[in-house]
Design a protein. Structure first.
Length: 157
């Protein structure tokens, strides 16, 4: 790891931990707990920072970290939604308990940082994960449009 890549990665990891700290307790208590305005603002800032960083980061390794976070976030949010749909039918099986434990890790890494947005939807975690997969999908499409525009500017006809 080169020295100049470290600040982007460090800022990303620290920001992720701060977002989990801000939204984690509300996410664990929902629907019994309340989501306040600060959590909503923090989640909007996280989302804008995540998508905005795709346009401003020029380092390949740092950009790759953001891209992989968004890609895995899309798949993880859909995984969480799928597990929550099957929860009633398979909750007593060992293999489903294994999936649910993986779901918990994905939930904290990819959905909890955006949990303040649930103040507007007020849905359970499975459906909220589906909504977050849509946001991750939009961010991924935005990234591909940006890459396509950057590549088309450099074509020599």
């Amino acid at each position: 790891m080169r020295q100049r890549d470290l600040p982007y990665r460090l800022i990303f990891i620290l920001s992720l931990l701060v977002m989990i700290g801000i939204n984690g307790w509300s996410a664990m208590l929902h629907p019994d707990g309340m989501i306040n305005g600060w959590q909503s603002i923090a989640s909007v800032v996280w989302l804008v920072g995540l998508v905005g960083s795709l346009f401003y980061i020029k380092e390949d390794k740092a950009l790759r970290l953001m891209v992989w976070y968004i890609r895995i976030g899309l798949v993880a949010a859909l995984f969480i939604y799928g597990v929550s749909l099957l929860e009633g039918a398979f909750s007593e099986t060992i293999w489903f308990d294994g999936l649910a434990s993986v779901q918990f890790i994905f939930y904290f890494l990819f959905v909890v940082p955006l949990f303040g947005l649930n103040a507007w939807t007020d849905v359970l975690f499975g459906e909220f994960s589906l909504y977050m997969s849509v946001l991750y999908g939009i961010a991924l499409i935005t990234l591909h449009v940006k890459v396509w525009n950057d590549a088309s500017r450099h074509l020599n006809y």
